[in-house]
Design a protein around this ligand. Structure first.
Ligand SMILES: C[S@@+](CC[C@H](N)C(=O)[O-])C[C@H]1O[C@@H](n2cnc3c(N)ncnc32)[C@H](O)[C@@H]1O
Length: 289
């Protein structure tokens, strides 16, 4: 399997402005933020970064830290836009801004896969604040959006409202992704496309433990059972885990190979505006037909 690089280009409301010396400078609409980025080992293009705030990491590598603001930023967030989807960006305690901008080429690719599909239905597992769900819904898909966190699902519904998409056919479910998928298999359900963005570690709504390395093979096997000879795609992203794109590509090949079609794997990255270099963000594997 040869590996691909899927590159997120800058868009009106988001760009990776500059990167280097273990940090990155990004713009989110009218606001600019500095965040830690251990993979940016090179020197930045500019020595002088002007930002509204910076996430200062704690001493422990795994998490912790806090935002420090140099200029006022709306605490309740501000609206951003990707194509038809509108959503609220916000500085969160988890270092990020409430959505993952490097997913933009994933949203575009999935929408292209639905081209010509009659009344498609797609599943978004670990759907978080729902930008992927809205991107697919705007392309005409009926959606099932699953996340274990009530708060995330509320934010996703608020983003649907902000997008003027509150009345679209979207089921918003606070459920454990693995349990829900297994239940859909027992119900004999099928989907035209599946998007999964599982975290390294998570908890279901009633305390179910999600550990990526343990849970992923069974979850992918169940996703296979929800795909059939009319299905179009499955897209899997993995962040912040010591795992190779080849490993998740081969997992898809073992579990989905009998469907025919194409299996690809590689790295997601974001184009830096200053010099055009590509900053890696995640690994992915995908199936399509
Ligand atoms: C979008 S995913 C991964 C985000 C990011 N890429 C990362 O690596 O952290 C995070 C989402 O998964 C959800 N989640 C965690 N465990 C879950 C589970 N067992 N079932 C369903 N959703 C879960 C969380 O509530 C959160 O909204």
């Amino acid at each position: 399997m040869s590996l691909l690089t899927l590159i997120g280009e800058p868009w009106a409301d988001y760009g990776l402005v500059d990167s280097g010396h273990g940090r990155k400078l990004e713009r989110y609409g009218p606001y600019r933020f500095i965040r830690p980025e251990p993979q940016a080992m090179w020197a930045p293009a500019s020595a002088d970064w002007d930002a509204h705030g910076e996430f200062v990491p704690g001493s422990d590598e795994e998490g912790g830290g806090r935002w420090r603001f140099d200029k006022p930023v709306p605490h309740e967030g501000w609206p951003l836009r990707w194509q038809e989807a509108r959503f609220t960006a916000q500085t969160t305690p988890f270092r990020h801004l409430g959505f993952f901008p490097d997913m933009a080429p994933v949203w575009s690719w999935m929408r292209e896969r639905l081209d010509g599909a009659g009344d498609p239905e797609c599943l978004n597992l670990f759907g978080y604040t729902g930008v992927g769900t809205l991107a697919l819904s705007a392309a005409g898909a009926r959606m099932v959006h699953v996340d274990a966190s009530k708060k995330s699902v509320e934010q996703a519904r608020a983003n649907a409202e902000l997008s003027g998409m509150a009345n679209r056919p979207i089921r918003w479910l606070v459920e454990d992704a693995s349990k829900f998928t297994a239940r859909e298999v027992r119900r004999g359900r099928r989907y035209d496309g599946i998007l999964l963005d599982p975290p390294k570690f998570g908890r279901g709504p009633t305390g179910e433990t999600w550990r990526l390395e343990e849970g992923l093979p069974g979850l992918i096997a169940d996703c296979r059972r929800l795909l059939d000879d009319r299905s179009r795609f499955l897209f899997l992203t993995v962040y912040a885990v010591r795992m190779s794109a080849l490993a998740i590509g081969e997992l898809l090949r073992q579990e989905l190979g009998d469907l025919g079609g194409t299996i690809e794997a590689g790295e997601l990255g974001v184009r830096e505006e200053a010099r055009g270099l590509v900053l890696p963000t995640a690994i992915f594997a995908r199936w399509s037909r």
